[in-house]
Design a protein around this ligand. Structure first.
Ligand SMILES: N[C@@H](CCC(=O)N[C@@H](CS)C(=O)NCC(=O)O)C(=O)O
Length: 215
C-alpha cells in the first residue's frame, strides 16, 4: 500500500496526491509538516533527512523529492499514460518537470512564500512584486509552448503536467499582477475539468486552514 506523508495544502504534496489519483493508486495519507509537525521527529528524519514533505513509502521502498516521486509512480503505474513510452515524448515531460523545479519555482518562491506562509504584517511587497513579475516572464515560455500543445508533452496528460499544475493553480489564485497568458489559462481549464485535479489541487492552500478530510 502506498503511504504518503505530507499536509494536503502543500503544492509539492499535491503533485503526489494528484498523480496517485490520476493513476487510481490506492493510498493512505498521513498529515505532516506545517502546523502538523512530525517532520522534526527522528522517525521521520531517518526516512527524509531534509525534514520536508512529501515522503512516500511503497511496499517499504522510501522516497522523498516530489518530482522523483511523481516519476516513480508514473513509471510504475502509468506506462503509456503519465509515463510516455516514446523516449522523446518522455523527455519532453521530463523537461517540463525540470523547468518547474529549476526555473519556475525559483522565480515564484518569493511571491508564494510571501503571500501564503508569511503573516501580512511581515510581508515584503517589493520582493513579492519582483517575484510575481519574474514568474510572469518565466510562464510566458510555457504559454508560447501551449499555443500548439494541449498538454506540455503533446496531446495528452503526462507527469510533466502533474509537476506544474499545483504551482500554476496558485499563480492564478494569488492576489498578484499577472500578464495575460491565454494558452496557459486554456491548459489550466483542461486540468480544472479533471476530477482528480479538483479533489487534490483545487483545495485551499492557506497554511492556517484546518485539516481537510484525508484521501
Ligand atoms: N524539493 C522538495 C521540496 C519540498 C518542500 O519544500 N516542501 C515544503 C512544502 S511545499 C515543506 O516541507 N515545507 C515545510 C513544512 O511544510 O513543514 C520536493 O519537491 O519535495
Amino acid at each position: 500500500m502506498l503511504e504518503i506523508w505530507g499536509r494536503n495544502n502543500s503544492f509539492n504534496v499535491q503533485k503526489v496526491l494528484w498523480c496517485s489519483e490520476e493513476l487510481e493508486i490506492p493510498y493512505q495519507r498521513h498529515d505532516a509538516g506545517g502546523l502538523y509537525g512530525e517532520t522534526d521527529k527522528d522517525e521521520y528524519l531517518v526516512r527524509n533527512p531534509t525534514g520536508l514533505v512529501p515522503t512516500i513509502s511503497d511496499d517499504d521502498f522510501w522516497l522523498w523529492e516530489s518530482n522523483a516521486i511523481v516519476h516513480y509512480l508514473s513509471a510504475r503505474h502509468g506506462s503509456g499514460s503519465l509515463w510516455p513510452e516514446d523516449p522523446a515524448t518522455r523527455a519532453l515531460a521530463d523537461k517540463w518537470m525540470d523547468y518547474q523545479i529549476g526555473t519556475l519555482f525559483p522565480a515564484f518562491k518569493g511571491a508564494l512564500i510571501g503571500l501564503v506562509r508569511t503573516p501580512p504584517e511581515q510581508r515584503n511587497f517589493e520582493k513579492i512584486r519582483a517575484s510575481a513579475s519574474e514568474t510572469g516572464e518565466v510562464l510566458a515560455v510555457l504559454d508560447a509552448h501551449l499555443e500548439d500543445n494541449d498538454y506540455v508533452a503533446g496531446p495528452s496528460l503526462t507527469m510533466g503536467d502533474i509537476a506544474l499544475g499545483s504551482s500554476i493553480y496558485r499563480w492564478l489564485e494569488l492576489d498578484i499582477e499577472r500578464p495575460d497568458l491565454p494558452a496557459l489559462r486554456t491548459w489550466h481549464e483542461r486540468l480544472e475539468g479533471r476530477p482528480a485535479f479538483q479533489r487534490t489541487v483545487m483545495v485551499s492552500f492557506a497554511m492556517e486552514d484546518p485539516p481537510r478530510p484525508g484521501a
